[in-house]
Write a protein that binds this ligand. Sequence first.
Ligand code: 8X3
Length: 255
Amino acid sequence: MAKYAFITGASSGIGRATALALAAKGYDLVIASRNMSKLQAVKTDVEAKCSVSVTPVVLDVTDPAAIHEVTKKVLADFGAPDVLVNDAGLARGLESYEKSQEQDILEMIDTNIKGLFLVTHDFLPAMVERNTGHIVNLGSTAGLYAYAGAAVYCASKAAVKTFGDGVRIDVIDTDIKVTTIQPGIVETPFSTVRFHGDKERAAGVYAGVEALTPEDIADVIAYTVGQPRRVQISDVVIMANQQATGFMVSKHPKK
Ligand code: 8X3
């Protein structure tokens, strides 16, 4: 097998775009998400454009036993990943914290924090053993700048940022790289998921804003991954042009 990337959250949004971008750079892929039919569609898209091998695997990162089962099989079949993209993540709700739902709080923590930490925990020993590999974690501008109605989401993305900084210290003697990508407003199914399927409300988030595209972020990830051995890009913050801080966007850009 050529170099390969393991990508969580790969069936849509930034994860899907990253699969296409890394395949275009010649990486074989193991793509993971909860939905096999969406993964199969990504595989078809990738294979139409690139001559790489694509292996879809069903994985719910909120289920530690499922993570262990999948990572064990992937390590046995493919060895340590050359690139691990921890993209699976979500926001739920945009209410004041006192009005937020416990289930939403737990789902964000289980996915954005526990899932990402455990996937990394399962792969890292084999990466250290091989003394190579690149971990790319999807944080957010929300992890740098809190905004109203998103205390837990913002805290979870701050955890991703700090986790990456900590792991980078722990692997300082190795050739392993750790990068935290912190995108601002990107037009993906993110807001529809946040609003529990309310597409109209989700569309309102992006109305009147030239949001980033998943491909904008995937290009940056591919650039980060393509650097020479000596270069470790630790963090990348990417905002839309009419954006400042986490959730502040202008819907009245100067003409
Ligand atoms: C998503 C960025 O600003 O839409 O992580 O919450 S924002």
